[in-house]
Design a protein around this ligand. Structure first.
Ligand code: ADQ
Length: 542
């Protein structure tokens, strides 16, 4: 490991990310330190707290009690204390049954309940708005385009106009709260138009930033995006735009160069100037709350595995695991095909190895997703029918909700984790598995098409999810890998996940925001696109 001063200039915001303890820190510690230079205004589709009526059958509202869902981890939990500390505001779609019965006449409520908190401003969106903005342009256009699935794009007539309307409503809510030194931090692809609208309606001294959690495609793919130029011009309203990895930054800059002729693109500085305003574009790979997964996994008793395993798998069975939303980007059919090939080629493993697939139905109102789920379920049934014998099944499939503690127990229990997306912006599941692998005896099979592969690929078992034969061989290899080799790989992988946890990621975000907020021009920020500066052991992708 080299020392920080060999690698980083003092002006580089990444310099704060370096750790010496090798264990990272808890999200609580991290959020205590994350330095937001002004009152934070977070904009996201999902809200951090949801108010729900408990008893839908009660006769009138006075008889019904209200429960509040709270953030349990990850980014939302990490941002919560920053909002509190900066007297901030969170603006999101209010989708809970009691949400608007607890807000004031501006649709605002103080959260967390019963404590000194911050303002949650809820937007009341009609069913038509949600259908077009969320299930329409966001998830039928931008999601498939950004993941390179142009053939799945559905451009319905009014979706983009609704998307614009909803973005305008969010931007107007931001303007209601913004002050001279506000920091507006917009999350994800649901808000491609909002940054420009916000930029034009709040004081110039306030900062507008956005993190784009999914990939950005190459220009040849982006060309198919309806209203693509509006999307680019909207995003260029940001002072700072973050992606997970360099590849997406490069793709974005190329798209701007190609489709926004009035913009000036400096590829070396990763700086775009459009209508006189600069946008700095950065790659900051997101991490997980590693300490919390580690803690929960340690609390899970090794002799009492999660109920899912107790019911379906005998104690001696070797366990493989997949945990995904049912989304066509996640490569679940490809994984099933590789498992089928593996059992064909390795009949000795029948009865000895079981693959547990935890899948969560997602965006089920969209027919493509419904068909995908149906296909996955049928494939599981077909493969099980082909190989099962006695009590043993090759695949245990469940869509049931798994509590966070049980998920950690499952991660800990799994001898092999398979993460095989066709494409994935980052992939947090792979990192969660590593953080929860406290016994250091598991192996990770990881698609080389995930953002996470850039940091973890050198010590995970890399797979091309579409190459069924090679994928099946990788499964066999992982099951026969000597224990010392599994430990060696796992130690390094865990180290990387702890070093680059969610707290470290938030620090890097706020360091970038601060440098831009303070007007220190991005020219002074030395971005080195060929290395991941926060990971001393990082091996460049091949
Ligand atoms: P997602 O596409 O949802 O996120 P991912 O990052 O793997 O993908 O998972 C998000 C979270 O959902 C994880 O914390 C995981 O534990 C949870 N989860 C997923 N399936 C689950 C299941 N079956 N049961 C319980 N929990 C489950 C998007 C992008 C990713 C990017 C993230 C963050 O698509 O590429 O990593 O945002 O930026």
């Amino acid at each position: 490991m080299r020392f920080p001063d060999e690698r980083l200039s003092l002006t580089n915001p990444y310099s704060r990310q370096l750790r010496c303890d090798g264990r990272g820190r808890t999200s609580d510690d991290a959020s205590d330190e994350a330095a937001c230079p002004g009152p934070l205004i977070v904009v996201s589709n999902r809200q951090p707290y949801r108010h729900e009526y408990d008893d839908a059958d009660a006769e009138d509202d006075t008889e019904r009690s209200v429960t509040v869902d709270e953030p349990t981890g990850g980014l939302t939990a990490g941002l919560d204390p920053v909002c509190k500390r900066t007297d901030g505001t969170w603006i999101a779609w209010g989708d809970g049954s009691a949400d608007f019965d607890v807000t004031d006449d501006r649709n605002c409520v103080s959260v967390p309940p019963d404590s000194e908190g911050y303002t949650l401003h809820r937007l009341d969106l009609s069913e038509a708005a949600v259908d077009s903005y969320y299930r329409g342009f966001s998830n039928r256009v931008l999601w498939p385009i950004c993941h390179g699935f142009s053939d799945l794009l559905e451009d319905r007539p009014t979706d983009f106009e609704w998307y614009r309307t909803v973005n305008e409503r969010f931007a107007s809510a931001v303007a209601d709260h913004a002050t001279d030194d506000s920091v507006v931090w917009i999350q994800d692809y649901h808000f491609a138009l909002a940054p420009r609208l916000v930029r034009d309606s709040i004081p110039p001294s306030a900062t507008v930033a956005q993190f784009w959690h999914i990939p950005w495609p190459a220009p040849e793919t982006f060309r198919d995006c309806p209203a693509g130029v509006d999307v680019l011009e909207g995003v260029l309203g940001n002072d700072l735009l973050g992606f997970h990895v360099d590849r997406y930054v490069e793709n974005f800059l190329e798209c701007v160069q190609r489709y926004v002729p009035n913009a000036t693109v400096d590829r070396d500085q990763r700086l775009v100037r459009y209508e006189g305003e600069p946008t700095t574009v950065v790659a900051t790979p997101m991490g997980v709350d590693a300490a919390s997964f580690d803690r929960r996994a340690r609390a899970a008793d090794r002799r009492n595995p999660s109920a899912l395993l107790t019911d379906a798998v005998s104690e001696e069975t070797v366990v493989g695991l997949g945990v995904d939303r049912l989304d066509y980007t996640k490569g679940i059919p490809e994984r099933l095909a590789a498992l089928e090939r593996f059992f064909e080629r390795n009949p000795d493993w029948c009865g000895e190895f079981t693959f547990v697939q935890k899948a969560t139905p997602s965006r089920t109102e969209i027919p493509t997703y419904e068909r995908y789920g149906e296909f996955v379920r049928n494939e599981v049934e077909r493969i099980n029918g082909r190989f099962e014998s006695g009590d043993w099944k090759p695949i245990v499939y469940t869509e049931e909700y798994v509590e966070p503690d049980d998920l950690c127990a499952l991660y800990r229990q799994a001898d092999v984790m398979i993460v095989s997306p066709i494409i994935d912006g980052m992939n947090l599941v792979a990192q969660e598995y590593l953080a929860a692998s406290v016994d250091c005896d598991g192996a990770l099979l990881l698609s080389d098409r995930t953002g996470a592969y850039e940091r973890l690929g050198s010590h995970a078992l890399g797979i091309d999810p579409t190459d069924t034969d090679a994928f099946a061989r990788r499964i066999a290899e992982s099951l026969s890998m000597p224990r010392h080799e599994r430990r060696r790989r796992m130690n390094t992988l865990r180290h990387r996940v702890f070093e680059n946890d969610i707290g470290s990621w938030m620090d890097s975000q706020f360091d970038w925001i601060q440098s831009i907020h303070e007007g220190s021009s991005s020219e002074a920020i030395d971005q080195d696109p060929d290395t991941d500066p926060d990971s001393p052991e990082y091996t460049p992708r091949v």
